[in-house]
Design a protein around this ligand. Structure first.
Ligand SMILES: Nc1ncnc2c1ncn2[C@@H]1O[C@H](COP(=O)(O)OP(=O)(O)OP(=O)(O)O)[C@@H](O)[C@H]1O
Length: 284
């Protein structure tokens, strides 16, 4: 029997979270995103991977409505980003690379600010703010100024800001850049716990291949504005292993080097973090 139920946004429940069809964006004459075809399924953790300059942030900014694209190129749960910007924005939580936490406010005040900006109903605000802080492990630090937080705590605070509007799609642009390995694991553990509890879809950009391998259901490998490979991390590495033969044990980074070819070095190394966020020092 056909399922005729609709969500609050009037879309059928099975609509994919993100659909990009020939998504392109140019700065002047230079194409940053060049014909991206991509589907992020509802409920999955999807990683958009690539070195500096691959076009990840530009693609994300098109999907979040921050950069204008023509109709038909990108949809969020069926809403066209060009013709239904508010419909799209209501469904999104977005954590950009740039800092969004205010050092002179407490953790709770920072999240409350977002609750007001995102129009969380007044009577629900305090509860939702507390819930978001709890979800990222900051309940005990909620009354401290954000300027006293570590880099990992600031990143989790930004996650709480995005979660307070209970988005169906959480978009994170390089959520762990500039953090030490322990803080990176902490951020991911909270992302995965929230996703497990809420079933929300997560779209994340990263150039840390190991994180994508560990946490993403599917990944797209992006280079010079185009997707070079797409699939489950294990499937991508298995395919390369089958091609290489012998005792090879390729990683996702090997898959990337294989599909990107020699052009990879033109676009920067994965570990060449040009714009390390240095979160703690900048917010303090
Ligand atoms: N505002 C802008 N004006 C001009 N060119 C830009 C602008 N933003 C990005 N670009 C260019 O577009 C291309 C893609 O950049 P983008 O930031 O999307 O890549 P990225 O994969 O997110 O890399 P990074 O991890 O460094 O942010 C790069 O060549 C970049 O120099």
């Amino acid at each position: 029997m056909t399922d005729t139920r609709e969500n609050d946004d009037g879309m059928p429940p099975e609509a994919d979270a993100v659909t990009c069809t020939g998504l392109s964006y140019a700065f002047g004459g230079s194409k940053a995103v060049d014909g991206l075809d991509l589907t992020v399924r509802s409920g999955e953790v999807f990683g958009l991977l690539g070195p500096n300059g691959a076009g990840k942030t530009t693609a994300i900014r098109c999907v979040t409505t921050l950069l204008p694209v023509p109709p038909g190129m990108a949809r969020v749960f069926g809403h066209d980003v060009a013709t239904d910007r508010m419909g799209v924005r209501r469904l999104l939580g977005y954590v950009p690379q740039q800092l969004s936490a205010d050092a002179s406010l407490t953790g709770r005040e920072n999240v409350s600010l977002f609750a007001r900006v995102f129009d969380v109903p007044r009577r629900e605000r305090a509860g939702r703010v507390a819930q978001a802080l709890e979800a990222v492990g900051l309940a005990d630090a909620a009354e401290r100024m954000a300027g006293t937080y570590s880099g990992g705590m600031v990143r989790r605070l930004e996650l709480a800001q995005a979660l307070v509007s209970a988005p169906r799609l959480l978009i994170l642009d390089e959520p762990t850049i500039g953090l030490d390995p322990i803080a990176r694991t902490g951020v991911w553990e909270h992302i995965m716990a929230v996703r497990a509890a809420s079933g929300m879809t997560v779209l994340v950009t990263t150039h840390y291949m190991d994180e994508a391998d560990q946490y993403c259901d599917r990944v797209a490998l992006m280079h010079q504005g185009r997707i070079r490979a797409l699939g489950e991390p294990d499937r991508l590495t298995d395919d390369l292993r089958a091609r290489l033969g012998g005792d090879s044990a390729p990683t996702l980074e090997d898959v990337f080097r294989d599909v990107a070819g020699s052009g990879l070095d033109d676009g920067g190394e994965f570990r060449d973090v040009r714009r390390t966020r240095a979160t703690a020092s900048r917010v303090g």
